[in-house]
Design a protein. Structure first.
Length: 381
């Protein structure tokens, strides 16, 4: 059965169910102990889920006694398992796969409230409704399924929010929370730090005292990537100016080819490729080891910000005000260039090397890296 047919059948069936729905919750219970079980839906990419952590903390502060469960993209389960504001996680497998099974599992949890922080339609809102929760909040709420939401009357869209964290905090506010802290949460255990430090020394001879810069060469879409050859030139100039420096090119297994292209062009043992070599649960500890991370707008950028690593952020197709750093701005350097194509095609960009990202020069990224290195303690230079 085609996706469109499924969606139409789902809309028809839920429309009929909504007409006979007798759920009529009392708004006075929001923010009180009457809310005992909360489902948070943030089941897209790593960065998107990290952007949800301030809102989850806000919900925890408002409902300290509640059981809070996160619906998370299944491959990222381990990354968020230690979040102190989450009691449990349920894996999401995407699309209509296991849709009925998941809906039944959610219903068994008997949730009082669902906060959809970042999840894809047409599945997200129907799942929230089918969970049986009395309260269901989502922003933006302009999908065809908004009639299933508790906040369906006043319609909003993405242009109503400056940053992704603002959007998620606004959903938490609808649910009765009032937190405003925008710091993302990603705990890094001493065990993982020690394991990564030992691995770097054993595999690559990188000692804890050596300064390390990270390069994230991949991104979720080609429109956000900087050319591998520019990373290579940047690496050569950094290594020439800083003999003790080591560079780690990181990324996912799918980004290994991009990372290897950089390493092949540099041809220097002081630059190593770890893309695809570490389990995801060890990545925060690796990123925390860097003096700074040179990165486009992607999940590892958000990870760096969350664990306190300064970034040199490369932006063009998107604006950093919408997805870049929001806290401790003095620690981060963002290089923002203009879009060269209007309208921007984003994920459908036809350029293998986007001309907007080409506006970012090696000289300015080098200067930013040198500045970040200058802020490191003397014994790590």
């Amino acid at each position: 059965m085609g996706t469109r047919i499924r969606e139409n059948l789902l809309a028809w069936g839920l429309g009929l169910a909504r007409r006979f729905d007798r759920r009529a919750p009392d708004p006075a219970e929001l923010g009180t102990v009457a809310i005992r079980r909360i489902l948070v839906m943030s089941c897209t990419a790593i960065g998107d889920t990290l952007l949800s952590t301030p809102a989850i903390r806000s919900l925890r502060q408002r409902y300290p006694q509640a059981r809070i469960v996160l619906l998370v993209n299944a491959p990222y389960h381990g990354l968020f398992a230690d979040n102190p504001d989450i009691d449990d996680l349920i894996d999401y497998h995407g699309g209509y796969r296991r849709f009925v099974r998941l809906a039944l599992a959610l219903r068994r949890e008997r949730f009082d409230l669902v906060a959809i922080l970042h999840a894809n339609e047409p599945q997200a809102t129907p799942l929230a409704y089918l969970s049986g929760a009395r309260w269901r909040f989502k922003l933006p709420n302009n999908s065809r399924f908004r009639f299933l939401l508790s906040n369906h009357q006043q319609v909003s869209n993405w242009r109503d929010f400056t940053h992704g964290i603002d959007q998620r905090l606004a959903v938490a506010a609808l649910a009765g929370a009032d937190g405003s802290d925008k710091h993302m949460i990603l705990p890094v255990s001493a065990q993982n730090r020690d394991a990564v430090a030992g691995w770097l020394q054993q595999q690559y001879g990188i000692t804890p005292q050596q300064p390390v810069i990270g390069f994230q060469v991949g991104a979720s879409t080609a429109s956000r990537r900087w050319r591998p050859e520019r990373y290579a030139e940047l690496a050569q100039r950094l290594l020439a100016a800083n003999p003790s420096l080591r560079i780690v090119v990181t990324g996912s297994p799918q980004e290994r080819a991009l990372a290897d292209a950089v390493a092949g062009a540099v041809n220097d043992a002081r630059l190593v490729v770890t893309a695809g070599q570490l389990p995801l649960t060890r990545m925060p500890a690796l990123v925390q080891r860097f003096a700074c991370l040179v990165t486009p707008d992607t999940g590892i950028m958000h990870m760096a910000i969350a664990v306190g690593t300064p970034i040199v952020g490369l932006f063009a197709a998107a604006h950093w005000h919408g997805s870049g750093p929001t806290t401790e701005l003095q620690r981060h350097i963002v290089i923002q260039k203009h879009r060269t194509c209007e309208p921007c095609l984003g994920k459908r960009c036809r350029y293998a090397a986007p001309p907007c990202m080409d506006n970012i020069t090696v000289d300015e990224v080098l200067a930013a890296c040198e500045h970040q290195l200058s802020l490191q303690p003397e014994n790590s230079q």
